[in-house]
Ligand binder design. Sequence first.
Ligand SMILES: *Cc1c(COP(=O)(O)O)cnc(C)c1O
Length: 410
Amino acid sequence: MTFALSFQPPRRLLLGPGPSNVEDRVSRALAAPVVGYFDPSLPTAMAEIQRLLQPVMGTAGKAFPLSGTGSAGMEAAFINLIEPGDPVAIGVAGFFGDRMRQVVERAGGRPVLLHAEWGRPIEPDQVAEALQRDPNIRVVGLVQGETSTGVLQPLVEIGQIVRAHDAFLVADAVTTVGGHPVGVDANQIDVCYAGTQKALGAPPGLSPIACSRRALDRMQKRTRPVQSFYLDLALFAEYWGTHNFYHHTPPVSFYYALLEALRVIDEEGLAERFARHRRNHHALVAGIEAMGLTMHVAPADRLWTLNAVRIPRGVDDAKVRQHLLEEFGIEIGGGLGALRGQIWRIGLMGANSQAGNVLFLLTALEQALLAQGVAAGTGAAAAQAVYHADWAPEPPVLAHISLDGVAPSR
Ligand SMILES: *Cc1c(COP(=O)(O)O)cnc(C)c1O
């Protein structure tokens, strides 16, 4: 007779584009007792989640998690703001910008595409020109952290342009939230969606979303109700404001985990957390470059959470990643779409953004390349030098829009 064992997934070091590893205290929160949706304990937890989400997303306004992963947030942002036939300007400079285009098309919108090379941000002028050419554009969608390329998209200037045209700015903060300042209010973002499993430090399953007052007003004044009952943001907002009606069964276990992850962030402090992500990013880059490898993105445009490394000529992409996984238990990402086979994507997100992981990854990558007959230099010493360097004073947390003054002092 055989007994079925419970499923035991392997323990990996997740240094790819997400999900990333979750702290034990967050995993333990998942195991807390499930309660019913009218349980008197639930409003307390939900109020705390909303209170702690606000600074992480950089807003004094409404912020709550949608039930569903980051893609649910993307879908909700667009289907709630647009009506069939609406022109929507979309910045496409990577895989997730292109996904925005697909979502807008399915929702009956008319995408107006703003292109940039995969590895460059969209320029404010492109947005200004599109809005001038087509004054009917009511919504502009941009990806703040393009996980497919490693680019950080600056939004403050674009936010001003979009607001001056009385349009709505949708921003994807799935890869920035919890690792970079998102700055919903400072960037004048109207609908900003995120994800829990990247730099926020929780398991996949929820999509924190922030909505401006004017965006919520517009949703309430739609000429026809949004076609999705489940992803109706006005209903979600009402549920999170009053929790006195049944909309859908709240995934309470994920709420517990998100609450614990937000507490971890609160205890660390946002300024320290951003500085940590920045420091480890720079240490990784120093190590990568010391090995003779190159980064895909120019220094001023780089994300701290997702590092795109050019695959050296003659190196087998899949074999290196397989070596890292099988010999070291490390997962990194390959390139998506136009960058398939050209870059590796190394995530340093949330709890995983730490010196030990940077040094381990650099050493493991050196071994994986050696196994391919490629003798790259060693990177660990250069990374160590970054940790020992003096760092410029941290930028103020809530005025954290551009990268100005955030570069390391040397
Ligand atoms: C991961 C990611 C998404 C999708 O999130 P899921 O949680 O996989 O649904 C959307 N946008 C960006 C920029 C991402 O990195």
